[in-house]
Design a protein around this ligand. Sequence first.
Ligand SMILES: [Zn+2]
Length: 307
Amino acid sequence: MSDLCLGVDIGGTKTRVGVVTSTHRVLDVRESPTPVREGAQAVLAVVARLGRELRGRWVDVAACGVGTAGVVDPAGGMVVASTDTLLGWAGTPVVGELTTLLGLRVHIDNDVNAFALGEVAAGAARGRAHVLAVMVGTGIGGAILLDGRLWRGAHHNAGEVGHVPVPGFGDRPCTCGGSGHLEGVAAGPAMAARYRQRSGDAVSFAEVARRAEAGDALAAEVVDEGGRVLGQLLAGLTNAIDPELVVVGGGAAQPGGRYWSAAERHYRQHLLPAVGDVPLLLARLGKDAVIVGAAELARRSISVPRS
Ligand SMILES: [Zn+2]
């Protein structure tokens, strides 16, 4: 049997499909904007088109794994719930539809779960069995790996760290409709919104972070606050879950940046002695992490002989 799998990353901006080897090398990638306003069938059609393009070149693909935004039921092959980012995505039987469209066995999971599997397979958490993985970008998502397996919870919702309440921030709206949650304080758009509220300047988080480095005191305060809250929460989760390491990916966490420094500092401050050495690491696979992890998901589900 071939050792190649397709890994699919369905995001709120782009859809990327890659061919991945059993040693987690990405050989080829195709990408296209995700038609987020056109409904589920349009999104699936994009995945099918990119997948067929790749299979035209790499004929020996054995299976396909999909990592997608939203709450996912892997056993049922469905997206259970989704935000408005992907219109009509909740309720989509992704596995059934893509199996027909691609003529391959298809497996699905949440994109942050796939990110965690990718980092465990070939990134910063390589070979680890107990991992807390968090992505900080437009939103904040998480995944928990225990004893080498993703912990999914009773409602497929495990790892949703972005909606843990943060005391003292009840005035900050969250994308879930609630307020005072981690995502409403420490995600990129939340920090940009806070900066705009206080300065009147409507700029991206990347620009807020740049201004913070350049000496803008207000920008620094906003970025430090987000980093502090993220660090405190990661420490709390580490105290509760007891992972071997914590890995953080996504656009907001940049090495050497003010946000990451604040997160590291406050993370260390709140760890209990027993977990005081648990490393807080940046992800290594960059934008391919979900593709690598989705392919790994497919690989774990098929009986490829391992040599
Ligand atoms: Zn929330």
